[in-house]
Design a protein around this ligand. Structure first.
Ligand SMILES: *Cc1c(COP(=O)(O)O)cnc(C)c1O
Length: 460
């Protein structure tokens, strides 16, 4: 047996060696487990960088072809450590943050404030002040009250003659995308953004009203309009519908005020493969479709092209990450239909990957410390929490002799794994370990019981 890549949905650096054990970017998983312990999040740095470059290049090329420019913001909520922020910054991406904590980590990584954005439907005054202090490149306002609050904070913060704060207005286009399909409605039933649908009595939409309100405040500079339609999008047509609606709003604002905003952000949500048969969105294809949709809409509306921005998160860090676990208890259960399901317990679970329990998300797993000649069995990978819904992988074929001590890896956990991790059952959160050209290093160390006790400040 020669070394062979495991292929989709694994990172491009994941290869099974001739001895049956898997390497990640040249590092044997048995060495990773021995050095860093399990469970551990393992991130292939070269793959993160390659995906960041692929998105940037694809969108720069496609936008140049239609005659405009683009900024790619990495959506930091997917996974944010100082090193990850540095990598994407090195690759020419900017960084979107969604809280004071994310903002602080991105700044500590050395990403210039001007290359940061701040999102959130309920930002605190402290978060807005931190963004103003850092000189963030854009604050994405999410409500009418936030427009007024931010203007007041700018006044207080910078004085009446200070520079205005750069603002985008987040609108909801009625396009909801995720998984394989999108739906398109006029009205909105969600907490984010300002609706494009006409207000009561057919008056201005909340979105247009917010844009007008920003223009009323000399403390704010209106950069543009923002729309994020969903996550894990595999059908690109939703982006084109959203682009048309956002550009129509931009044209309506010009008609009303003469102001043509420079920039349109179409958000993130670019889908990845979690399972071997899934086909991720191709950055070149989606970039062409999005750029073309924007160009078509601008032409139909008779407006000049805006500058674009996009915010991929999962598509940058999801596939480059895997979670490495050690198998413990193995329990075969006979199902009503006569089949046998083998419950394979690992040393983590819903505290390090909540997505299966939260959204029914599906993942793929493999035994990575060895190969086996024994026929595969139907397995369910479960965690060690006091919760029967503590499932990591609902259904996967694993070798029939899967046993305690085997190393098991779950693919494509780089996004929304560590960033959504909890301390449920007071498990300590796993480390984030980067592998780069045959070397591993810790980006975020494993939590310890001392860390837990350090937060627990009252003994009585
Ligand atoms: C979550 C989010 C993103 C990134 O979504 P992905 O699915 O990880 O690409 C981008 N923009 C906004 C506003 C978000 O909330």
């Amino acid at each position: 047996m020669t070394a062979e890549p495991l292929g989709v949905p694994w990172s491009s650096g994941v290869v099974r060696g001739a001895d049956g054990a898997v390497r990640v970017a040249g590092v044997d998983v048995r060495d990773l487990a021995a050095t860093h312990g399990t469970p551990a999040y393992v991130v292939d740095e070269a793959d993160v960088r390659a995906r960041a470059r692929a998105y940037r290049t694809a969108f720069e090329t496609a936008c140049a072809q239609v005659g405009t420019g683009v900024d790619v913001y990495y959506a930091g909520k997917a996974l944010l450590t100082r090193a990850v922020a540095r990598w994407v910054h090195d690759e020419g991406l900017r960084v979107d943050t969604a809280s004071g904590g994310e903002l602080a980590v991105a700044l500590a990584a050395g990403v210039p404030g001007a290359h940061l954005g701040l999102h959130g439907n309920n930002k605190s005054d402290d978060e807005l002040r931190a963004a103003l202090d850092a000189g963030v490149g854009r604050i994405i306002v999410d409500s009418l009250v936030e427009v007024d609050r931010l203007a007041a904070l700018v006044r207080e913060h910078r004085g009446p003659a200070g520079a205005p704060a750069p603002v985008m207005v987040r609108v909801t286009t009625g396009v909801h995308a995720g998984g394989h399909e999108f739906i398109s409605t006029a009205h909105e039933d969600q907490k984010f953004g300002l609706s494009l649908a006409a207000g009561p009595d057919g008056g201005d939409s909340p979105a247009l009203a917010a844009l007008l309100r920003v223009l009323d405040h000399p403390e704010l500079h209106l950069l543009g309009i923002h729309s994020h339609i969903g996550s894990q999008i595999l059908d690109p047509s939703g982006f084109a519908v959203a682009a048309h609606r956002v550009l129509a709003l931009r044209a309506a604002l010009r008609e009303r005020t003469g102001v043509l905003v420079d920039e349109v952000d179409l958000g993130g949500g670019y889908g990845i493969a979690y399972l071997p048969h899934e086909v991720p969105l191709d950055p070149d294809r989606i970039a062409k479709e999005v750029a073309q949709a924007v160009a078509d809409a601008a032409r139909e509306l008779g407006t000049p092209l805006p500058r674009l921005s996009i915010e991929p998160g999962r598509a940058i860090v999801g596939p480059p990450g895997l979670t490495l676990y050690t198998v413990g208890t193995v329990k075969p259960v006979r199902l009503d239909d006569g089949r046998v399901r083998t419950y394979v317990s690992v040393d983590g679970g819903m505290s390090d990957n909540i997505r299966p329990a939260l959204y029914g998300a599906q993942y793929h797993a493999a035994i990575v410390s060895r190969v086996s000649d024994v026929a595969p069995v139907l397995a369910r990978v479960v965690g060690k929490h006091c919760e029967s819904g503590d499932i990591v992988v609902h259904e996967v074929q694993l070798p029939g002799d899967v046993r305690a001590g085997d190393l098991l890896a779950v693919a494509a956990t780089g996004a929304y794994g560590r960033s959504m991790a909890s301390n449920y059952n007071l498990l300590t959160r796993p480390p984030v370990v980067a592998v780069t050209a045959g070397e591993s290093r810790v980006l975020v160390r494993r939590e310890t019981v001392e860390d837990l006790l350090a937060l627990d400040v009252a003994a009585t």
